[in-house]
Design a protein around this ligand. Structure first.
Ligand SMILES: Nc1nc2c(c(=O)[nH]1)N[C@H]1C(S)=C(S)[C@@H](COP(=O)(O)O)O[C@H]1N2
Ligand SMILES: [Mo]
Length: 535
């Protein structure tokens, strides 16, 4: 019905306008310009969305803007500041936006003049954006992705849209009966492209605005001083070159989670619900939690995915509240044996209830990490930390709910994916220095690393050189049983290649498992062996 209507209207217009060649196609250039502009918007929208998802630091508009800041001569910068004052950034971004719009319109026009010419323009703009992005000092390894995918989307868009436009123009010039269909096809495609660009653009803006405003909230947050602090014995940190520091700086702390974008939670609206098999359903605000009083804890976190010798392990000073105090407010019912902790993004972990209520184990709700509020990537504002259990069964970040339940009734995120519902951390040791990839000169040196057996503690670390006898390493003073311990052994390194191996024994007298097993279903085992070249 509507279709035949459209045909009729088109027919009328044709009759009125068919005068000369130039006039006939002038309208098409305007549509080509629009197709170019829509494609340019898609570039930015898609790139910003990918930047938000994959490489938060690599929005191409910002990267190109920063690039311009770096390359414009000083007089131009000063002139801009003089003219626009503190709006100079806005001026810069507007200039980049206007230049991008002009390039996009040109791409549309060129594509109509000649197939692929517009695609080439977008390809060149894409290459420039990629160059500006990956050369930033703080660029992540994925920084090339946003401008690449954005450029691909824009190139496909300008090509498809102008193709549709050309078809519409052809049909119209021939006075063909398909003119209405062809016109509608072009308009629908262009509208869809514009809608997609709008959704992607607005979505990524909202996403990054939420993250950056929560980052500002976090930066302004002052946590109350803890009631007591961890005493770190002197000699706990050997400070040897190449050896992991006793406490892992937040910026170096490994990160493992399933979150595509880092959740942005406002502590003012955050609530923790304790429910399930409880006498009393409890809800806590961030303020309620802080009011319980904070204590400091030193706990080494380990990921089940850590391979023998791997780096998915880190030690931090946490500020938090004992989980048993929170759970006791809700009074778990008899029969419950598990707490299913839930993150705002749906991730869940299954932790034995006994591990969380055990007065001998410092299972905590953490709000601080190494002297600051939890970093956003590490679970801001509140996460769980449980000594002795792998992260996937205990260390829920962006925590929102503790459901008291049973292992029989509930499964956590990783359980149906091939990992054990319960997973104590396995006793392990690691050689940090020397390393296979670093040159070492002959002469006296130190073999050093870390070993951990959370909740039990390390009694002994032994090193074997070139298959010789096991030699006992010196242990640094331990902070407590929940943290890793540094160890070191003096070594007179001789020229050539050498094989080093390490194994630990915990305070219960158990020797680290020698047999190699994979990370699934509940953590790797095996003694680390490494080869080093000396001289
Ligand atoms: N919300 C949420 N919390 C999570 C995870 C996750 O995927 N989502 N991963 C867990 C895993 S597998 C580990 S090892 C630890 C890692 O914590 P980190 O990233 O602070 O080092 O977080 C745990 N908490
Ligand atoms: Mo993990």
């Amino acid at each position: 019905m509507r279709r035949s209507d459209g045909h009729r209207h088109d027919g009328h217009r044709h009759d009125g306008r068919r005068r000369n060649g130039r006039d006939r196609s002038a309208w098409a250039w305007a549509w080509a310009a629009l197709a170019g502009a829509v494609s340019g918007a898609l570039f930015v929208g898609v790139a910003d969305t990918v930047a938000l998802l994959a490489a938060r630091d690599a929005s191409p508009v910002i990267a190109v803007g920063s690039f311009v800041v770096d390359v414009v001569p000083r007089w131009a910068k000063e002139a801009a500041i003089e003219l626009f004052g503190s709006n100079d950034k806005l001026f810069l971004i507007s200039t980049v936006a206007v230049a991008a719009l002009i390039a996009a319109v040109a791409a549309g026009l060129l594509e109509l003049a000649r197939r692929w010419a517009g695609v080439a323009v977008i390809g060149a703009a894409g290459a420039a954006a990629i160059a500006a992005t990956v050369t930033r000092a703080d660029a992540s390894p994925l920084a090339f992705l946003p401008p690449t995918i954005g450029a691909l989307a824009a190139a496909a868009s300008v090509h498809v849209l102008v193709d549709a436009l050309r078809r519409w123009r052809g049909a119209r010039e021939r006075g063909a009966s398909t003119t209405g269909v062809d016109r509608r096809r072009f308009l629908v495609l262009t509208g869809a492209g514009a809608a997609l660009a709008l959704v992607a653009g607005v979505g990524s803006r909202i996403g990054s605005a939420a993250t950056s405003s929560i980052a500002a909230v976090r930066a302004a947050l002052r946590l109350p001083a803890p009631r007591d602090r961890v005493t770190v014995p002197s000699g706990a940190d050997l400070r040897l070159p190449g050896l992991s520091p006793l406490f892992t700086p937040n910026t170096d702390f490994y990160r493992v989670d399933t979150a595509l974008t880092v959740p942005a939670i406002d502590p003012d609206t955050w609530r923790l619900t304790v429910d399930g098999l409880v006498e009393q359903r409890v809800q806590l605000s961030f303020h309620d939690l802080l009011a319980m009083g904070l204590r400091e804890y030193a706990i080494t976190l380990t990921c089940v995915s850590n391979q023998v010798g791997g780096d998915l392990v880190g030690n931090a000073l946490w500020l938090g509240v004992p989980l048993r105090d929170v759970l006791s407010r809700a009074r778990p019912r008899r029969g419950a044996d598990m707490v299913l902790s839930r993150s705002i993004d749906g991730f869940t972990a299954s932790t034995p209830l006994s591990a969380l209520t055990d007065p001998g184990r410092d299972a905590i709700l953490a709000v601080g990490m190494n002297g600051e509020p939890l970093p956003l990537e590490h679970g801001f504002p509140v996460r769980m930390v449980v000594p002795g259990l792998y992260g996937y069964v205990s260390a829920t970040k962006w925590l929102t709910e503790l459901k008291v339940t049973t292992f029989a009734a509930d499964q956590a995120y990783w359980t149906p994916r091939g990992y054990s519902p319960q997973a104590p951390i396995k006793l392990s040791s690691r050689i940090d220095t020397p390393r296979i990839d670093r040159a070492l000169a002959a002469g006296p040196t130190k073999i050093a690393g870390v070993a951990w057996a959370q909740t039990v503690g390390i009694r002994k670390v032994e090193v074997q050189i070139d298959g010789g006898p096991w030699q006992e390493a010196a242990l640094a003073a331990p902070v407590n049983a929940d943290t890793w311990v540094q160890w070191s052994l003096d070594w007179e390194a001789t020229t050539g290649s050498h094989t080093l191996a390490v194994r630990a024994t915990d305070r219960d007298g158990r020797l680290q498992e020698e047999k190699r097993t994979p990370i699934a279903p509940n953590g790797s085992t095996g003694w680390q062996t490494t080869v080093v070249r000396v001289g």
